[in-house]
Design a protein around this ligand. Structure first.
Ligand code: AMP
Length: 658
């Protein structure tokens, strides 16, 4: 997330943190002195401030105070010009606070306060003692040539200000206007210069096999549907969209021209490509940038590694003349880096060497391997950035870049390091980004650092399951929900098994107690239950001792009970992915399943996202849901019109087009 780090409102927009300004903290000051940090004691005094040091103690009667008549200067820009009283207190012995240049502080007793130049000195004791101390401090400070040119430049004034400074002090500061256009132009020029001597690069290594070209559109869409409902899109924003390559359903269709790759595949014994591989290989071998939305375990590592090998081998500049690695894989954690390295080491291609560079590992050892020369660097952003800043690794030679698990890298706060690393990698490289999710932060990163990417989205098995589930949507009020769920239970057949999903743990307990009271055999599952109770609940449900499980989304993913016949969404889930996961609990292993979902007015913002899911799965879309979606879209637009800035924040700036 992180962008990853704001809090979000119900629309998914970041809630700006309120800027609170603390009131003056009088109580922290030794006496009732406000803003003493904003008052310069007149050690810099000169003509403007009334000539050489003229401060003197002024007895304030009950609230004894002194002030430098000519030498006190209010330096707070928000306070405007003028003098401010220092000191003062409830007795004649109240402490006095003066402010002096930091440069002088080393020589006197004081504490550095806010600000770059000045320090605050609080003097305690009786008025005469304070006065005496103040004079001593003055003398000390006056003796101190605190600024580069010495303090006596003030033409015999005894001031620490030079004549130029004093003159400058009389001039109202002019706001510098930043010429952003010039800066941008310079940046572009600098970029051009920086990359003008890079080696030539080749990206396209793909020849479509005849059997792939011959696939009809229907065959392709059928194949995609059957293979985890894989979805491919061209994210090119300008000009005509490109044709989306057909999938390679066999290894040979992708790598017929690369026998060494085929040998490797035969050696490891894989039978056929995973869905992500089938769709990613033609895209990557064609030299296009790719965003792969896929989770670990889908075969995504091999999806980018094999085209990477071919890419490196096909570069016009010989390997030894490139001066550094050709492929970089950035990944969030040490474990993942090691896992990728292990995967990489399974394959032997042209003797390519890889190194794993991660924090916590043997830095010196990693540097030594890099120095000896490697082709592939698998790294966590922090450690790589460290090597980069210390010029221990050359990133200019990288032409194939992988940002693996981008969402997690952002969640872990690696964005600054990634951006620094990317500055040193040639902009015309080929880039692959993988991510398990597709939040705004990842979209923004992709938009900034990938060029006209293709996107391959591989759903989980749940997504495929969702197509085999009969989905009913009921628009109800909150009060009606209980009667709906009990009606549903009454209509259950003896072999039916249902998970009832609710939003809150308390409601799980509430609903399951109600059911128990009505004599129903029911189990419940949520995060506040003891582990042993959770295990027992699942066991009872799995083994059929109970046919009703009331649960939170704790049970929406990964729960593999193959004979669940129904999913009942008592509360609509927080997001549409969760809906898909919940529905995917039924209809597994080729069985049919049914889902009933209660939707209330409060869930209206989910309607526009729910409709396409239902349509894709060939389900009826209730008219009320369509109206709800329309109302929500209208409301969204109106809100945007009435408050364009808010609109921009909510739906414009934060949400890249894709
Ligand atoms: P990954 O999603 O990259 O973490 O891969 C998960 C596991 O799947 C790794 O152990 C791979 O070796 C394995 N794998 C990758 N591609 C295939 C394939 N085509 N067939 C079977 N296993 C594969």
């Amino acid at each position: 997330m992180s962008d990853w780090e704001d809090e979000y409102d119900e629309d998914g927009a970041a809630i700006p943190k309120s800027v609170t300004r603390s009131a003056p903290t009088e109580s922290k000051l030794p006496i009732n002195v406000y803003k003493t940090q904003n008052v310069s004691f007149g050690v810099r005094n000169g003509p403007r401030f009334g000539g050489p040091r003229q401060e003197k103690a002024v007895s304030g009667g009950k609230y004894g105070q002194w002030r430098g008549e000519g030498g006190l200067r209010n330096t707070d820009p928000e306070d405007g010009p003028g003098f401010r009283t220092l000191g003062g207190g409830r007795s004649g012995f109240s402490p006095v606070t003066i402010t002096v240049e930091n440069a002088s502080v080393g020589r006197i007793i004081g504490k550095v306060n806010k600000g770059d130049y000045e320090s605050e000195v609080v003097i305690f004791g009786s008025s005469p003692a304070q006065q005496k101390a103040k004079e001593l401090i003055e003398d000390l400070v006056a003796d101190c040539p605190s600024r580069g040119g010495g303090y006596n430049g003030g033409a015999g004034s005894g001031s620490v200000w030079s004549a130029e400074e004093l003159q400058a002090a009389n001039v109202t500061p002019v706001r510098q206007v930043i010429d952003w256009n010039a800066i941008r132009e310079n940046k572009d020029k600098y970029e051009e210069l920086k990359w003008k001597d890079v080696a030539p690069m080749k990206k396209n290594f793909y020849t479509e096999a005849k059997s792939v070209s011959m696939l009809t559109t229907e065959e392709v869409s059928e194949w995609r549907k059957e293979n985890n409902n894989i979805f491919v899109d061209d994210l090119k924003e300008e000009g005509e969209k490109r044709p989306i390559p057909n999938p390679c359903r066999t290894f040979l269709e992708a790598f017929e021209l690369y026998p060494e790759i085929m040998e490797n595949i035969e050696r490891v014994g894989f039978v056929k490509p995973t869905p992500i591989q089938s769709q990613a290989w033609p895209v990557l071998l064609s030299g296009e940038d790719l965003i792969a939305i896929a989770q670990t375990g889908t075969g995504k590592t091999l999806a980018y590694l094999l085209p990477g090998f071919i890419h490196m081998d096909g570069q016009p500049v010989p390997r030894d003349d490139r001066g550094g690695p050709g492929m970089l894989v950035l990944t969030p954690t040490r474990e993942l880096a090691l896992q990728i390295e292990e995967e990489c080491n399974k394959y032997r291609y042209k003797g390519y060497k890889s190194v794993c560079v991660y924090g916590g590992g043997d830095r010196r050892g990693q540097i030594n391997v890099v120095k000896k020369g490697v082709d592939i660097v698998i790294a966590t952003p922090g450690r790589l950035n460290d090597l980069q800043m210390n010029e221990l690794i050359n990133l200019h030679s990288i032409t194939y870049l992988v940002l693996d698990e981008a969402d997690r890298m952002l969640d872990m706060g690696f964005e600054p390091q990634i951006l620094k690393i990317l500055l040193d990698i040639r902009p015309d490289r080929q880039t692959v980004m993988t991510s398990a999710t597709w939040p705004v932060g990842v979209r923004r990163l992709a938009r900034s650092y990938l060029k006209n990417p293709m996107m391959v989205y591989v759903g989980t098995l749940d997504l495929a399951a969702v197509n085999t589930v009969d989905q009913t949507i009921l628009i109800v009020s909150e009060e009606e929900k209980k009667s709906y769920v009990f009606n549903f239970i009454r209509s259950m057949q003896p072999d039916d098994k249902v998970i009832i999903f609710v939003g809150k743990k308390l409601l799980v307990d509430d609903l399951s107690s109600d059911m128990c009271l009505q004599g129903l055999a029911v189990q419940s599952l949520h995060g506040d239950r003891e582990q042993c109770d959770r295990e027992e609940a699942l066991k009872d449900f799995r083994e059929g001792r109970v046919h009703i499980l009331v649960a939170t989304d704790l049970a929406s993913r990964g729960l593999d009970v193959c004979d669940i016949t129904h999913v009942f969404n008592y509360d609509f889930p927080r997001n549409i992915e969760e809906y898909v996961h919940r529905v995917g609990r039924t209809g597994r292993a080729g069985r049919s399943g049914a889902a009933v979902t209660l939707v209330t007015r409060e869930n209206w913002k989910m309607a526009p996202e729910l409709i396409p899911i239902l349509e894709r799965a060939g389900q009826d879309v209730p008219t009320e849901l369509v109206l709800m979606a329309e109302r929500y879209e209208k409301h969204k637009k109106e809100r945007e019109m009435s408050n364009p800035r808010e609109g921009q924040r909510r739906w414009g700036r934060r949400e890249p087009k894709w």
